[in-house]
Design a protein around this ligand. Structure first.
Ligand SMILES: [Zn+2]
Length: 209
């Protein structure tokens, strides 16, 4: 029996790691990247914590009854059609737009029905185009992590044109550091995204001023 297949025990990968120790900062490290948001002579890697197994349940792990997405009224979405919805994240944004594309049904990616999976490619493209339609957006970074919620959700983060430091994987960290977008501008961008999506189908819920 392969121990690595059981979620109760640490895998060979995890057992090999120097748990409890502080990993050294490499001579040429991520801290030297142009996109790394922090600087200082005392940057250290945190000690590696021991594994937590089995892992605690994610939000919605045990079904739609306790799922944040399933319990969120459609009226709070920016846009939705019969099977998908696009939602804002939180109540403020530190990028021109940060939105979540997610199925209306309670699925994670591995359990997504074939019909929904087939819709995903064209829909991601539509959502990216809608966000790219905002003023001054160079790129839309599409991310799927899924460690917080069991309900599939794709993050779309708008990366402002010209801000070369915000390229790539640290955009999500920069999003925590930049000043918040004025609320009127945030809502305006939401309306533009919703209208662009609704122009090709579905309903815009964010069109009220
Ligand atoms: Zn759900």
């Amino acid at each position: 029996m392969a121990a690595s297949s059981t979620p109760q025990d640490p895998s060979a990968f995890v057992r090999r790691l120097p748990t409890g120790e502080r990993l050294p900062m490499p001579a040429e490290s991520v801290a030297d990247w142009e996109t790394f948001p922090f600087e200082g002579d005392d940057l250290r890697v945190k000690p590696l914590r021991p594994p937590v197994l089995p892992e605690p349940a994610r939000a919605g792990e045990h079904g739609p009854e306790e799922c944040r997405t399933c319990n969120r009224p459609l009226s709070e979405a920016l846009w939705a059609d019969d099977h998908w919805r696009l939602d804002p994240v939180g109540t403020e944004s530190r990028l021109p737009a940060v939105v979540l594309l997610q199925p209306r049904g309670h699925y994670d990616l591995s359990g997504l029905p074939a019909e929904r999976t087939a819709e995903l490619g064209p829909l991601l493209q539509r959502a990216e185009r809608a966000v790219l339609g905002l003023d001054g957006i160079a790129r839309v970074h599409v991310n799927r992590w899924g460690d917080g919620s069991a309900h599939l959700h794709f993050w779309l983060l708008a990366r402002p044109a010209g801000l070369m430091q915000l390229r790539g994987t640290f955009l999500a960290v920069w999003e925590e550091l930049l000043p918040p977008l004025p609320d009127a501008e945030r809502r305006h961008n939401h309306r533009l995204i919703a209208a662009a999506l609704a122009a090709e189908g579905g309903t815009a819920y964010a069109l009220r001023p």
